[in-house]
Write a protein that binds this ligand. Structure first.
Ligand SMILES: [Zn+2]
Length: 65
């Protein structure tokens, strides 16, 4: 798992998917080691289909508030 500041959490209320650059996204054909900022603009959450704009930095999101 990459550092929290390198991971991005999907903003979908029931999704919970986190993009981890160490893992990439097989479904989206994103190779391992790709930073979130380097994902194509048309990349979508592999779970719920939300766009990049729906994602927030994992380090900044607070599950309890
Ligand atoms: Zn999602």
């Amino acid at each position: 798992m990459a550092r929290p500041e390198d991971c991005y959490r999907c903003g979908g209320p029931t999704c919970g998917y986190v993009y981890d650059p160490d893992r990439g996204d097989k479904r989206g054909k994103i190779p391992q080691g790709t930073p979130f900022s380097d994902l194509p603009d048309d990349w979508k959450c592999p779970v719920c289909g939300a766009g990049k704009k729906s994602f927030c930095c994992s380090a900044e999101s607070n599950p309890s508030g």
